[in-house]
Design a protein around this ligand. Structure first.
Ligand SMILES: NC(=O)c1ccc[n+]([C@@H]2O[C@H](COP(=O)([O-])OP(=O)(O)OC[C@H]3O[C@@H](n4cnc5c(N)ncnc54)[C@H](OP(=O)(O)O)[C@@H]3O)[C@@H](O)[C@H]2O)c1
Length: 357
């Protein structure tokens, strides 16, 4: 092992992309969780070098991404665009750091484990490239709950519709939605075809206006009309659950929410299921909160779960036409469990493993 852990005790952590939407939440999470790290080094592009950010109550200067920035680093979290991770994660790994990568660059690489600590923590140990991948935010927003139900009932099929927040498209997505909301606030727009589109003009990173609207497209267009985001949910769910042939149909929809992804899930299992058995599992599963009393108006919504760590589950019903299937609604903070928190949890698994050596 290279890095500071051996000599100074606590391991050195690098946060690459510390200035971005995920990086910003990461610094908050690192400030709240058990203080297991020695130095925390903040890295971003040369544009941000010299900026000071607060982590653990201290101001830390951002350094530019460069090979030397990984000197002495034990664990390097990457919260940067795919192409930056693709180039720099192997460099960090070659300098002795274990990389936990939040981008899509390595998730489907057979030599890179895709890890959710509540579901498949053991996978983190097998990392021949020195890289562990963090799943996509939409997959992560449901997988802890689905993993718990799968462990009990055995999943045989999933049909998923997502309701994804603007911050899933990074800071640019948040800025665009806020700007669009400003353009429509107080107006009577939304009563004529095209009036919202006309008022908003350029819709930024979304392929249509998001304020007063929903957009049934997230990611980029792939073969046969599927989007990259839909294929990620399908492929990553299969990899995490170890079910390579699981039938999964996904439709990803962007909604005018700042942060908090939601998913409506139809899940089919190997045997008959009941709502009470599902409730029992979900009420005790680590990382899951059951919030399911519609008679009292209790069900999760993104506005209520934003800023929280767990996966929230409600509206659990047995399918009317299939005793082996459940319908449920799942919500999670796409920047916390959907990105930064899961990455922090994986990094903690690695740190614990190193501490045990
Ligand atoms: N947003 C989500 O819900 C979410 C969820 C899961 C995973 N992710 C993934 O996490 C990653 C970061 O997403 P984000 O939403 O935080 O993006 P973002 O807000 O656009 O932030 C991007 C970060 O990457 C840095 N960066 C960009 N180009 C760089 C370069 N050439 N060299 C060094 N640093 C560079 C930026 O630094 P500067 O400020 O210096 O430009 C910034 O810190 C992406 O791969 C994304 O797909 C996002």
């Amino acid at each position: 092992m290279t890095g500071a852990a051996g000599c100074a005790g606590k391991p050195t952590l690098a946060v690459v992309g510390a200035t971005g939407a995920v990086g910003t939440v990461m610094l908050g999470i690192l400030s709240e969780r058990a203080d297991i790290w020695g130095e925390i080094r903040l890295i971003a592009s040369a544009r941000s070098a010299g900026r000071k950010l607060t982590v653990r109550g201290e101001q830390v200067e951002v350094v530019a991404l460069a090979e030397e920035a990984f000197e002495g680093v034990d664990v390097a979290m990457f919260d940067v665009p795919d192409e930056v991770s693709a180039r720099w994660a192997p460099i960090a790994a070659s300098r002795g750091a274990v990389v936990v990568d939040n981008s899509g660059a390595f998730r489907m690489d057979p030599e890179v484990p895709l890890v959710v600590p509540e579901v498949n923590p053991h996978a983190a140990r097998m990392r021949p490239r020195g890289i562990i991948a963090n799943p996509n935010c939409t997959t992560l927003s449901m997988i802890v709950a689905m993993g718990a139900l799968h462990a009990e009932f055995g999943l045989t099929e999933l049909v998923v519709s997502s309701y994804q927040a603007a911050s899933g498209a990074g800071k640019a997505g948040v800025d665009a939605l806020r700007e669009q909301l400003g353009k429509v606030a107080g107006s009577d727009l939304g009563s004529q075809p095209g009036d919202v589109r006309g008022a908003i003009g350029d819709s930024g990173p979304f392929p249509g206006p998001l304020a007063l609207n929903v957009v049934p497209f997230a990611g980029s267009l792939q073969e046969d009309g599927w989007t990259s985001e839909e294929l990620k949910v399908r492929n990553e769910t299969r990899k995490i659950l170890g079910l390579p042939g699981l039938p999964i149909a996904v439709t990803c929809v962007r909604v005018p929410v700042i942060t908090g992804h939601s998913l409506a899930v139809h899940a089919r299992f190997e045997r008959e299921v009941t709502v009470s058995a599902a409730h029992e599992i979900l009420a005790t599963a680590p990382g899951v909160v059951l919030c399911d009393d519609p008679a009292q108006g209790e069900f999760p919504t993104p506005a209520d779960v934003v800023g929280t760590d767990p996966t929230w589950v409600g509206r659990v019903r047995r399918a009317l036409d299939d005793p082996c299937a459940l319908e449920l609604f799942v919500c999670g903070d796409n920047l916390r469990k959907g990105a930064a928190l899961n990455t922090a949890q994986i990094a903690e698994v690695v740190a614990a493993e190193r501490a045990a050596l």
